[in-house]
Design a protein around this ligand. Structure first.
Ligand code: NI
Length: 182
């Protein structure tokens, strides 16, 4: 197990299209997935894509903690450390909502990014078994964000309103002030 170095925005690996994983069950892929999960947990992230750890392959890990789920019935309440290899994502319907996102490759910042509320995705895990399904809310947003990394897309490239972009500390301060108002 190892904590991997995370590429930050500006590194070219984050702008490249990643290659399909030839053998999802290969020992080196299992090792990579284990290390990515450890790295994601260490950095308190909800997802991590292989290009973010300098590996240009089409796979990502995600986790949905109960406090982050939207409450919508199709938003998985808990998804512990799932891996999705060679994913495909299909956006369902016209419901696009702004979703606050951060990225381990853009530390300290977050932004409101338009994302489809409902998606269907599929891929395989390190046993070659199918994973995915039809999901909404936070789960759907995380998958769209991580999938974008495999195509070299960073969340600022999806933004429409740059006034909804800021440092976590400043945004938290504003939120606390608003919450304290009578
Ligand atoms: Ni990211």
């Amino acid at each position: 197990m190892a904590i991997l170095k995370i590429a930050r925005m500006g590194h070219p690996v984050l702008l490249a299209r990643a290659e399909a994983v030839a053998d999802p069950t290969a020992p080196e892929i299992r090792r990579l997935v284990r290390d990515m999960i450890e790295t994601m947990e260490d950095a308190s992230g909800a997802g991590l894509a292989a290009p973010q750890v300098h590996v240009p392959l089409r796979l990502f890990v995600v986790r949905v903690n109960p406090e982050r789920a939207s409450g919508d019935a199709a938003d998985t309440a808990v998804l512990p450390n799932a891996v999705v290899i060679n994913p495909e994502v299909e956006l369902l319907g016209d419901d696009v909502r702004l979703r606050w996102e951060g990225c381990l490759s853009i530390p300290g910042l977050r932004a409101a990014v338009p994302r489809s509320w409902r998606i269907r995705y599929k891929g395989v895990d390190t046993d070659g078994k199918p994973v995915g399904g039809e999901v909404t809310g936070f789960h759907a947003g995380v998958v769209q964000h991580e999938y974008d990394h495999l195509d070299g897309i960073m969340y600022p490239m999806r933004m429409q309103d740059f006034s909804l972009f800021g440092f976590n500390e400043e945004l938290a301060r504003v939120a606390a002030q608003q919450a304290a108002r009578p």
